[in-house]
Design a protein around this ligand. Structure first.
Ligand SMILES: C[S@@+](CC[C@H](N)C(=O)[O-])C[C@H]1O[C@@H](n2cnc3c(N)ncnc32)[C@H](O)[C@@H]1O
Length: 301
């Protein structure tokens, strides 16, 4: 499991820090705007910190007494905080964890074993359902419950489960008939939604009363030329620009990104909730429209 994300994090292009400058400053501004009203900012957690290329740690951490960075890829975080001055480094705790809890039930290995045994589509779906039940019974980071005034989630919804599961399924697809493939895909989609909702439950659990939550996600792959933004900017009003963007996302977007954002948005108070969008130049071949949302939990309204 770790290997999948370590590989992704290692595929980082060398000039990523420079290429992501605008992406990073969108995120820094979004976090500062969202947290500016907090009376006392003592602790924050950033989930999906990874290589920290999207995080201006010096600017973000300056405001806090302590910051936890959490990711399944511990060595990426170690490399990222290594160059920081000791005074900064001492404020940071690194947490190595799989937010999905799937590692605790050996999910990916068991799924692969079932495909190797060529079990029926119904059997796969039964297995997925039993995993959902097991996940329900597992708790993580309970010692950090309610501890953070700021909970930040880097682009995770599109990474959490689905991409990894599809990659495991891909070599076995040919062994199934079309309707069996549909049955398995429906099962994976259901599990994807549960994993994302569980992840959002975790964000909420980590939040102290009155905490601010900031999340962002890639929602649409776009070409690296500037055409998408040019089209967006050709609309005279912001509401027309947003309408165009939303239509594009509905037609071609990463639905797991939208599902996660919609789910967390539903949990945030309307008052003080902010929405941002910008382009993330993920790699030279692959740029992404990215949505960010920040706000406070609606139970506090
Ligand atoms: C797209 S990256 C976010 C960018 C990252 N902050 C950076 O600058 O490199 C998503 C991060 O989420 C982590 N991740 C993905 N799935 C995870 C999981 N199930 N549990 C914990 N971390 C996970 C990856 O290791 C990766 O570092």
């Amino acid at each position: 499991m770790n290997g999948f994300y370590e590989q992704l994090n290692k595929e980082r292009e060398n000039n990523r820090w420079a290429e992501w400058e605008n992406h990073r400053s969108e995120i820094t501004n979004m976090v500062h705007l969202a947290t500016s009203q907090l009376p006392h900012q003592s602790s924050a957690i950033i989930l999906g910190a990874g290589n920290c290329d999207d995080l201006d740690l010096i600017s973000l951490i300056g405001n806090y007494d302590n910051v936890a960075l959490a990711d399944v890829d511990f060595s990426a975080m170690m490399d990222a905080v290594g160059p920081l001055e000791t005074i900064m480094r001492n404020k940071i705790d690194l947490i190595s964890i799989d937010f999905t809890k799937l590692d605790e039930i050996n999910f990916y290995r068991n799924l692969k074993d079932l495909f190797n045994k060529k079990v029926s589509a119904e059997h796969i779906v039964e297995f997925l359902k039993s995993c959902i039940t097991q996940l329900d019974e597992l708790q993580i980071l309970t010692h950090l419950k309610g501890k953070f005034q700021v909970v930040i989630s880097s682009a995770l919804y599109t990474q959490l489960f689905y991409m990894n599961a599809l990659q495991i399924f891909a070599p076995y697809v040919e062994g199934y008939k079309q309707e069996e493939i549909t049955t398995i895909m429906d099962g994976l989609l259901e599990m994807r939604n549960v994993v994302i909702q569980n992840y959002n439950d975790l964000l909420v659990d980590l939040a102290a009363p009155h905490a601010v939550i900031v999340v962002w996600s890639d929602v649409l792959k776009i070409s690296p030329d500037n055409r998408f933004l040019e089209t967006v900017n050709s609309f005279p009003s912001e509401s027309e620009r947003i309408q165009f963007i939303m239509n594009e996302v509905k037609r071609n977007g990463r639905m797991e990104g939208m599902f996660g954002l919609q789910d967390i948005q539903n949990r945030l108070a309307n008052k003080g909730r902010n929405f941002h969008y910008w382009i993330w130049p993920y790699s030279s071949k692959n740029h992404c429209l990215t949505f960010g949302i920040s706000g406070r939990l609606s139970s506090l309204e």
